[in-house]
Design a binder for this molecule. Structure first.
Ligand code: NAP
Length: 203
């Protein structure tokens, strides 16, 4: 009998991708016995009206650079190529139709993003097609999620990842303030961001 595919989808804006994301993906791969983790940079993020986000193509390319050396990681253009605002439910339903009913799909993202999930488009349908994995830093108040009315029907697994003390927001601020970012993200990603002037004050 063929083994059921266990596919992790690592959703994020990845502006930029950093070691916290990579460690979280590796942790999910092992903890949930996944066959591979596909990074899924958002095209036009649903909730980013308060700041300018780097272009989807830049974020996609930085994610490709960061994951290139790991045979268990891949990057998808699905959301980058889909016109309009990105909704996770559309992505997971498309993946469900590609991989069939037997595949086990896991959507991995930050716990803060998952805390808002009840306000996402068709969150109940999303829960039907996949298991959610919420990546947190240690010490995060996990009870915050369970206390939400309506959260009972969702399958959410929590995963603590110490490296998630690293954050994209902090990295962007550091670049703008000319503070060091070495060891927070792959050097080639930092070079790419520098070459394309993604986070300097001039942008
Ligand atoms: P966000 O609000 O920018 O991030 C919230 C927190 O989660 C931040 O601390 C962020 O840290 C962290 N985070 C984000 N992605 C992560 C990942 N893959 N692993 C670990 N931590 C992560 O969230 P976002 O990046 O815009 O969205 C996250 C995912 O949720 C995306 O796939 C997005 O499409 C989806 N989403 C869907 C809807 C919808 O369908 N309506 C609405 C909102 C979000 P960093 O900044 O360091 O990454």
């Amino acid at each position: 009998m063929r083994k059921r595919l266990r596919l992790g989808i690592m959703g994020g804006t990845f502006d930029p991708v950093h070691y916290g994301h990579l460690v979280a993906a590796e942790e999910a791969l092992v903890q949930f016995n996944l066959d591979r983790v596909v990074f899924m940079p958002t095209g036009e993020p649903a909730r980013k009206t308060h700041r300018v986000v780097s272009s989807a193509e830049h974020r996609y390319l930085m994610t490709v650079i960061a994951t290139a050396s790991n045979p268990d990681f891949a990057v998808s253009r699905m959301e980058v190529d889909r016109p309009g605002v990105t909704y996770t439910v559309d992505t997971m339903c498309e993946l469900r139709s590609i991989h069939g009913p037997q595949a086990e799909l896991f959507f991995i993202t930050g716990a803060d993003a998952i805390l808002d999930i009840l306000t996402w488009k068709d969150s109940d349908r999303l829960a039907d097609v996949c298991t959610l994995i919420a990546a947190t830093r240690p010490g995060y108040d996990l009870a915050r999620f369970d206390q939400q009315p309506g959260a009972e029907g969702l399958r959410v697994e929590m995963m603590e990842v110490p490296a998630l003390a690293i954050s994209s927001t902090d990295i962007r601020g550091r670049v703008a303030d000319r503070r060091p970012v070495r060891y927070l993200l792959p050097e080639a990603v930092a070079m790419y961001a520098h070459k394309n002037r993604l986070y300097g004050r001039e942008t």
